[in-house]
Write a protein that binds this ligand. Structure first.
Ligand code: NAP
Length: 281
């Protein structure tokens, strides 16, 4: 089989380290980012495009890793300006099931293929190539994508037809939003009872209540610094997407209200575990 030429659009907190893994693996890579600065360090080994249609014309598999529905729709509007027949699009953003269906439909009408392949795992797994990838799409397209997805993640779960990847991702992030609010409230409660924060986090992490999620946020909670690996606003987006997709439970109401209020009070650009600063007020 001819070597595929790989394009990557969206070099944000996730897309940048993910593309770096494709570059390190030696694939012929092209990248695009709306603000060109984030593409600077690809100039040496890869091709940097400043226009989306040009990147699309010159590549056969195109990854997208974008903020939300609005960003994805804006980028696909540009993508669809080119002849895309035979190309494979892999959207790894967390967007709504409706937007996913729209993008899939628009791409297929032009005789191209689409996989929704959002990820579990934050910037560290993105850099290590150990994300969990949840894929929705046709088996043949997934087989085509596999050599590249394997460089991005430690597991690729094919959950069914288009849309199932996003469905899996909205489900797992629903849980994560509850973990982070629970962790922040627990740490504040222990603070209030005079328990040293570092000791409390050791107890959480070494006990049954600990997880990858609690461990990864521990340094931020100890240092009280919340530079965003996964911005609070992105979690708010995901809770609202889950609610719209049918997560109609007692917790979903509390979670959406809490994260929404934290956003309203100016904490949206902090890391998601910065919710602790909102809860402390
Ligand atoms: P991010 O750092 O904010 O990056 C977002 C990317 O989208 C940037 O490249 C940005 O370009 C681009 N973008 C936004 N609006 C655009 C537009 N209108 N046109 C073109 N490009 C646009 O976000 P991230 O943390 O990488 O997250 C990306 C996606 O992955 C989100 O859907 C998020 O929910 C999901 N996710 C994130 C994490 C995490 O831990 N961060 C984990 C799992 C999944 P500019 O640089 O020009 O703004």
């Amino acid at each position: 089989m001819d070597t595929e030429k790989i394009g990557f659009i969206g070099l944000g907190n996730m897309g940048h380290p993910m593309s770096k893994n494709l570059e390190k693996a030696g694939f012929p890579l092209s990248v695009y980012n709306r603000s060109s600065k984030k593409a600077e360090d690809f100039k040496e080994k890869s091709t940097v495009y400043t226009q989306i249609p040009e990147l699309v014309q010159n590549n056969s598999i195109i990854f997208t890793m974008l903020t939300d529905d609005r960003a994805a729709k804006a980028v696909y509007e540009e993508i669809l300006k080119s002849d895309i027949s035979g190309k494979l699009f892999i959207d790894m953003s967390t967007i709504s099931p409706q937007a996913t269906a729209e993008l899939n439909g628009a791409v297929r009408i032009k005789e191209a293929s689409f996989i929704d392949a959002p990820v579990a795992g934050s910037t560290a797994p993105a850099a290590e190539g150990t994300l969990i990838i949840m894929a929705g799409g046709e088996e043949k397209d997934l087989q085509r994508a596999m050599p590249y997805l394997e460089k991005l993640g430690k597991a690729v779960k094919h959950l069914g037809e288009n849309g199932k990847g996003i469905a899996g991702k909205l489900s797992v992030n629903y849980f994560l939003s509850a973990i982070y609010q629970g962790l922040a409230e627990t740490v504040l409660f222990a603070d209030k009872l005079g328990i040293d924060r570092t000791s409390m986090l050791e107890i959480i992490n070494e006990s049954a209540s600990g997880s990858g999620a609690t461990r990864v946020k521990t340094p931020m909670l100890i240092n009280n610094k919340y530079d965003p690996a996964f911005a609070l606003d992105l979690m708010l987006k995901d809770i609202l997407l889950a609610q719209n997709a049918g997560a109609d439970f007692p917790l979903s109401k509390v979670l959406s209200e809490t994260y929404q209020s934290a956003h309203n009070e100016g904490f949206g650009e902090d890391d998601v575990i910065g919710i602790i600063n909102y809860l402390k007020k």
